[in-house]
Design a protein around this ligand. Structure first.
Ligand SMILES: [Fe+2]
Length: 153
């Protein structure tokens, strides 16, 4: 059900409107914002939704909001459609082989973390891109991490 919801969410999503664009502008510096806007419209929309949930739970926690807005940037530049994304998730969970493109999609965590570190985004942002949806690495506040993970769920 979760995957189906995500699939239709991806197909039907619109890129952020003016209010959400302002929200992004207010929370990201220029190099980090450039990575945000390089995402597909659907991924931008997903990231804003996650960030709005985080801000609802934690208030204006700028580091956590930045992490939410940027956690999936590693997916940008991987030319893969909604069906293949869902399929990659299923194949990966089953331990079955997948195409090179699907592998790049699956490996978006390390790719995104590298892009974010290069752009000078914050440590929580880099860590969440790298380790989500897994547990937090040492030195990261577990409450913020749990909030981010649940908002992304
Ligand atoms: Fe996500």
């Amino acid at each position: 059900m979760h995957l189906v919801g995500r699939f239709f969410g991806h197909v039907t999503a619109n890129p952020p409107g003016p209010e959400d664009q302002q929200f992004v502008h207010d929370h990201l510096n220029d190099p980090c914002a450039a990575l945000f806007w390089a995402q597909s419209g659907a991924d931008q929309d997903h990231a804003v939704r996650v960030a709005r949930r985080v801000s609802g739970a934690l208030g204006d926690d700028r580091e956590a909001i930045e992490a939410a807005l940027l956690h999936d940037v590693g997916k940008s530049g991987v030319p893969i459609g909604a069906i293949s994304r869902s399929l990659a998730t299923v194949l990966d969970a089953a331990g079955l082989p997948m195409t090179q493109r699907m592998r790049r999609y699956r490996d978006h965590g390390p790719r995104g973390a590298e892009m974010l570190a290069d752009a000078g985004c914050g440590p929580l942002t880099v860590a969440f891109a790298l380790h989500h949806p897994g547990p937090p690495p040492g030195g990261i506040d577990p409450v913020r991490w749990k909030t981010l993970s649940e908002a992304d769920g």
